[in-house]
Design a protein around this ligand. Structure first.
Ligand code: MSP
Length: 502
């Protein structure tokens, strides 16, 4: 039995507005990884959710004339609807306004306080309202922060500085901890400067939308200290010890590159203080851009890839996002590249293979999968490449090269299209029906193996291919197709997108 377990998290998203491509992307990625690990027989747990406290959410609610909680309750279903549309199979969806989370945050604050890692101090410094945190002089001068004001306030501080050396040593000893490599270097660079302590409270007189500090009723918890705890409150920390032990530490915590420090420094030092193990990997992906600019609602430059779902279905959008982004780098979204990718990989290569094979089996074998007889070297070559995919894909996915893993499957699909061309069953059928059957079995079987491999990325259309072949529930091992099975009728899997010439 495979006893491996896989626990993956996404950031929890701010409920300022309706969900956008950034939210959808990480969540699809987590879904693909989860489906992939489940397919390998591992137990998996996939957590996502919403970050509902803090100033940004409070301001967004005020703008709409709603209480913060009413505002969150109104927007939360939009995220759930999008996850449904995107075929996201999460195991838990946490909202930081839920009492199960609030209880754990307060327990942790008390624990860290009792351990002597929280103290009160007066602080005067620059505060970025948009980032919701105190910033250094250098950060202020960098021009990257908006809404800066000088604040003098008494607040509660977490002794983050105490764990600086422990964190540096940990990163040096665990090369897989922060990925990709250039983000690890970025954090090590950041840690070359003395690490300050973290201000973890906000006076209620200034901001009251947050979790009350259990040992000081005049303050609420700083939103990041609250939000990061979701990764353990959802799996039963200080409530359901068995569940917590089953899943923590996380296998992968997926984040965008802009929230690297909060995860790699704030979160990890919090875990040190709680004497909990760190996640195996924190992986920071890049941004989706339009041209050279980050896609963002405030910039008004969105050709929303999510709008393409209604026109082309969810699978092409999932496929494009997973195939086009090299994990760790930025990627550029354009409608032209979407159509190009769709037509070449999905319509011409994968979809067309199904069309050809079902058409030929329909014509020569009454639509029933033929018997497979002796294999020629050409047949063996297809079988060899198809069988080698399992290990190749697993290694690539485990190394976060999801785009390359997909490409490996497409290499097989293209090879099989070529094989069919060269073996020409429409010629062999004239004198050798048995050989024709073997060619079509090998082709259909390679298609089945490809569909199983692509299942985590395009679950609904891959599922369709498997249904047509009567092979639902089969795995990637060669030989899953049963001769004699009647193929189901089907429509074009990915109808070509014809671009109107103007
Ligand atoms: N609430 C915090 C995270 C707390 S986790 C304990 C937050 N929320 S967010 O809604 O602003 O952003 C969520 C994620 O979306 C971030 O990882 C961010 O990198 C990602 N993206 C936002 N725009 C993006 C793109 N254009 N492309 C890809 N991802 C980007 O930060």
């Amino acid at each position: 039995m495979n006893t491996q377990k896989f626990y993956v998290t996404t950031p929890i998203y701010y409920v300022n507005d309706k969900p956008h491509i950034g939210h959808a992307y990480t969540t699809i990625l987590a879904d693909v990884l989860t489906r992939f690990h489940r397919g390998n027989g591992e137990e998996a747990f996939f957590l996502t959710g919403l970050d509902e406290h803090g100033q940004k959410v409070q301001q967004a609610a005020e703008k709409r004339g709603l209480s913060p909680l009413d505002h969150c309750n109104d927007l939360a279903p939009r995220f759930l609807q999008l996850w449904e549309k995107l075929e996201i199979q999460y195991d838990d969806f946490i909202r930081t306004t839920q009492s199960r989370h609030i209880k754990v945050v307060q327990t942790i604050l008390q624990k860290v306080y009792d351990a002597g890692d929280i103290y009160m101090d007066e602080y005067e410094g620059w505060y970025s309202v948009s980032e919701e945190r105190f910033i250094t002089e250098t950060e202020k001068d960098s021009g990257e922060f908006r809404d800066i004001k000088n604040l003098k306030e008494r607040n509660w501080f977490f002794k983050m500085s105490k764990y600086q050396q422990q964190l540096i040593d940990y990163i040096n000893d665990h090369p897989e901890f922060i990925q990709p490599q250039h983000r690890r270097n970025e954090i090590l660079g950041f840690l070359r400067q003395p690490l300050g302590d973290l201000c973890i409270s906000r006076p209620k007189s200034r901001l009251n939308w947050g979790i009350e500090i259990p040992f000081d009723k005049d303050y609420v918890t700083y939103v990041w200290f609250d939000a990061l705890i979701n990764y353990i409150s959802a799996i039963g920390y200080s409530g359901d010890e068995n569940k917590f032990q089953q899943w923590w530490p996380a296998s992968v915590q997926l984040i965008g590159k802009d929230i690297l420090t909060t995860h790699c420094v704030y979160w990890t030092t919090m875990l040190f203080s709680l004497k909990l193990p760190l996640p195996k990997t924190i992986f920071a992906h890049g941004w989706w851009l339009t041209g050279e600019t980050k896609m963002s609602k405030s910039l008004g430059n969105i050709v929303n890839p999510l709008d393409l779902i209604d026109e082309y279905g969810v699978d092409p959008v999932r496929y494009y996002l997973m195939r086009e982004m090299v994990l760790g780098q930025d990627a550029s979204f354009t409608i032209e590249s979407f159509i190009k990718r769709y037509n070449s990989d999905l319509a011409n290569d994968f979809g067309n293979l199904l069309n050809r094979v079902s058409g030929l089996i329909g014509k020569y074998f009454d639509g029933c999968i033929p018997e497979v007889k002796e294999l020629t070297p050409e047949d063996c070559e297809v079988k060899k490449v198809a069988s080698a995919l399992k290990e190749k894909v697993a290694n690539l996915v485990n190394d976060f090269h999801v785009n390359e893993a997909i490409e490996e499957v497409l290499i097989l699909v293209r090879q099989v299209n070529k094989y069919l061309e060269l073996q020409a069953p429409w010629k062999t059928v004239k004198e050798d029906l048995e050989r024709t059957g073997t060619i079509l079995y090998v082709t259909a079987e390679a298609l089945r193996v490809s569909a199983v491999h692509l299942f985590p990325v395009i679950p609904s259309r891959s599922g369709k291919v498997l249904a047509v072949l009567g092979a639902q529930g089969t795995n990637v091992s060669w030989g899953g197709l049963k001769p004699g099975t009647k193929l189901q009728a089907h429509e074009a899997l990915f109808p070509r997108i014809e671009i109107e010439k103007t």
